[in-house]
Design a protein around this ligand. Structure first.
Ligand code: AOF
Ligand code: ZN
Length: 362
């Protein structure tokens, strides 16, 4: 059906927004007159023009008179309120566009069906739900953020063929170089990376995406309930912003930490207080939600990953399994879900699982 062809095009365009649009959704739009695309655009950067605005602006002067006889295809329901930009429903009505075809309704409570209602009230012919599953997959971070009021959670770990995540108490490289590079690509696609205290201490990771192009670094988050971590660790270097979660009631060295961070605190460090007698994961996730972080990738260790799994607080898991054994060490987390991808990356096997969403073929 024609609608599917053009909605598929809007999804392709939407993807170009990448992380630059976060926490906004990825949105693409094309304007079609008698089976010819006369304009197309996508949301390129948070705070800037929406996809519909860019699509209308791209129509050449010789075709502008056709806009009022065209169908506007858009991957997300047009917005209907003044946010950082004016409502797209107004733009559509101003240009007298008679037909609008939409992939997904916008889960943002300020829109959530209201955009469609307004268009219909003005006599616009609106169709919704075309390739809805594909759109929901593309914007899974945005959908989860609005529907569950928490960021989209990706768990990532590497395990030996016999199911160990590392040797006890020492940094252990299990997966190969290509897997490492891919991990840096993944980091560049998410808003934040979270690790536990042991991992920060034992692995001393930098948690940057230095092996992948991209100007923005995700926020590094470290759970350090008692502030026992040394300020010399790589996560405290100023090459990316770091959030520390600690419990002031049991913190042993809070003042030393503050002294070290002094001066850089505003720019590079954000200190979040938590109450470790209550559910810590919920507090971490609430903090993320309040700061409009759309996604986090949890990179270990085993204990932290397992607690996310036990509480059903995950959406996607990306697991590298090496082809060699460790024979002993820290047992890898136990997780089950729907396998959406299984491929070889050098000598490692990558398995991607999801908990609820199905990944459609794009
Ligand atoms: C659209 N087209 O391309 C996007 C939409 O603050 P603003 O004005 O940028 O509005 C942000 C909200 O608008 C965002 O949370 C989402 O609900 C919707 N995004 N809507 O019609 C677009 N990016
Ligand atoms: Zn809009």
């Amino acid at each position: 059906m024609n609608h599917e062809i053009y909605i598929r095009r809007t999804l392709e365009l939407a993807q170009r927004g990448g992380v630059a649009v976060s926490p906004n959704p990825l949105v693409g739009c094309c304007i079609v007159h008698e089976n010819r695309i006369i304009g197309e655009g996508w949301h390129q950067r948070y705070g800037e023009a929406h996809a519909e605005v860019n699509a209308v602006a791209s129509v050449q002067p010789k075709d502008r008179h056709l806009i009022e006889k065209s169908t506007l295809y858009v991957s997300l329901e047009p917005c209907c309120y003044y946010g950082l930009t004016p409502p797209c429903t107004d733009l559509i009505m101003r240009h007298l566009i008679p037909q609008v075809v939409i992939c997904n309704l916008d889960p943002n409570p300020r829109i959530a069906g209201e955009g469609v209602k307004r268009l219909r009230a003005q006599g616009v012919d609106v169709h919704t739900g075309i390739l809805a599953q594909e759109g929901a997959w593309l914007n899974r971070r945005f959908f989860v953020m609005h529907k569950k009021k928490r960021p989209y959670i990706i768990l990532k770990f590497a395990q030996s063929a016999d199911g160990f995540i590392s040797k006890k108490g020492e940094q252990t490289w299990i997966s190969g170089k290509a897997a490492k590079r891919l991990t840096h690509k993944w980091r560049s696609e998410e808003d934040a990376i979270l690790i536990g205290t042991n991992t920060a201490e034992v692995d001393n990771p930098q948690l940057t995406n230095r092996l992948w192009a991209g100007e923005e670094q995700p926020i590094r988050m470290v759970l350090d309930r008692t502030t026992r971590l040394s300020s010399k660790l790589n996560v405290f270097k100023d090459d990316a912003t770091t959030w520390i979660f600690f419990d002031p009631k049991i913190s042993t060295d809070y003042y030393a930490l503050m002294n070290h961070l002094d001066g850089k605190r505003d720019r590079m460090f954000i200190v979040n207080e938590i109450d470790s007698s209550k559910n810590m994961l919920h507090q971490v996730l609430d903090n993320c939600y309040k700061s409009k972080l759309k996604s986090i990738i949890v990179e270990g260790g085993a204990q932290l990953l397992q607690s996310f799994i036990s509480e059903n607080l995950w959406d996607e898991a990306r697991i590298f399994t090496a082809n060699h054994n460790l024979s002993e060490g820290v047992v890898a987390p136990k997780i089950s879900g729907e396998i959406v991808q299984q491929i070889n990356i050098e000598n490692d096997q990558l398995t991607v699982l999801t908990r609820q969403l199905k990944q459609p073929l794009l």
